[in-house]
Design a protein around this ligand. Structure first.
Ligand SMILES: *Cc1c(COP(=O)(O)O)cnc(C)c1O
Length: 375
């Protein structure tokens, strides 16, 4: 069994996909072809955001947005302790300091109470300047934006939505990608909308920011490519990847997003009462980048993963280590306790999930988990 069945997806989309890729090869418009522009327009309109700027990957997208806001040395950027490394890494890469915030153990997302405590602790210390909050839409579920935006703005900060896993999710009628002051996403193959390699995008309503981002993505270009007005770098989405994404985006809005929600609902129904299933708060809609359950403790998780593996059922642990325990961050000062994160890292396990899984498959996996986890 595949953890996320990209092979099946390709078989279903093969005819359209092959045609789209061959077209790019025939036209040889490999960089900045018309498919890139078409994709940017479609995604911006899907999100309800004025500008979509595609780029090389989701990590570059985060970095470039921090560059656009002038984030650097002496600045504090608040990120969840429970996330993929890139969310904190980009902050350090820009010379600023990541401050790790605990998450809610039901939603896995940034806890607004912990956020405010961390901001106050940083302010009280007086060494760093609080500038940006990066909430992550973990596993496809949008974070608590009403509270996070309110807190962020109260302290004069910007909110950057890391929607790398959140593409397609919704919060109170608004799409992920439109929930902060700006947002980024990733098209890494296993994300809700993935390409066949690396890719990413930035979303903003601000014209000046958009212009700056388009400039730094192409060597700080000015009015044309060989007019360089600032120091930038090279981070673009390949035309082939844009062509692939156009095919996948159609499938995503036609049926994939709905279908993956069905698969998640089958799991929740079948696992109810046996393990802790993921919580989707009122007013939220998840795009289910992962279906993540919680078991009692680390021993039970190891045993469960082993037993499922023997049945040919793959599982993954996202994430086994809090950000503050990463070796790269061993010298960083903690501002708030992150006990929920510490405990989640020991008890979470993600199950096989994609829009192409059938009800019987989900029932079989769930049955097996229910037989294993008897407490
Ligand atoms: C995947 C991911 C990223 C980075 O995206 P890449 O395209 O792999 O660079 C950033 N943040 C989160 C939360 C992610 O899951």
């Amino acid at each position: 069994m595949e953890f996320r069945d990209l092979k099946k997806q390709y078989q279903v989309l093969k005819e359209r996909m092959d045609k789209a890729v061959f077209e790019v090869m025939t036209d040889c418009n490999f960089i900045s072809g018309r498919q890139v522009k078409e994709l940017e327009e479609k995604l911006a309109s899907y999100m309800g955001v004025k500008h979509c700027i595609t780029c090389g990957n989701g990590t570059d997208a985060l970095s470039m947005m921090l560059m656009a806001w002038g984030i650097g040395e002496g600045d504090a950027v608040f990120v969840p302790d429970f996330t993929f490394f890139a969310t904190g890494e980009v902050v350090s890469f820009e010379g600023a300091t990541p401050v790790f915030v605990d998450v809610d153990s039901d939603t896995f997302n940034m806890d607004p109470v912990s956020l405010e405590k961390a901001i106050l602790a940083v302010k009280a210390e007086g060494r760093l300047n609080p500038r940006v909050v990066i909430p992550v839409d973990l596993f496809g579920l949008p974070a608590d934006y009403d509270h996070i935006n309110e807190i962020g703005h109260k302290y004069g900060m910007k909110v950057l939505e890391d929607a790398a896993q959140g593409f397609g999710g919704m919060y109170k009628g608004r799409r992920a990608g439109s929930l902060g002051d700006a947002a980024t996403t990733s098209f890494f193959p296993a994300k809700p909308l993935g390409c066949y390699g690396d890719g990413g995008a930035i979303f903003t309503n601000d014209d000046q920011e958009a212009e700056y981002l388009r400039s730094i993505a192409v060597h700080g270009k000015g009015s044309f490519k060989y007019d360089n007005v600032r120091i930038g770098w090279n981070s673009r989405l390949d035309t082939i990847q844009a062509a692939i994404l156009l095919v996948k985006f159609d499938a995503f809005i036609e049926y994939e997003l709905e279908d993956v929600n069905k698969v998640a609902a089958w799991y929740t129904e079948a696992l109810k009462g046996k393990v802790k299933t993921p919580v989707v708060p009122e007013g939220c809609y998840s795009s289910w980048a992962q279906y993540t359950i919680q078991v009692k403790n680390e021993e039970e998780r190891t045993a469960l993963q082993q037993k499922l593996k023997e049945q040919g059922i793959p599982t993954m642990v996202y994430y086994p280590k809090p950000m503050h325990e990463q070796t790269a961050y061993k010298d960083l000062k903690p501002y708030v306790p992150c006990s929920n994160t510490v405990s989640l890292c020991k008890t979470v396990v993600s199950l096989p999930l994609d829009p192409y899984k059938g009800e019987q498959t989900v029932r079989n996996i769930s049955q097996f988990i229910n037989d294993c986890c008897c407490y």
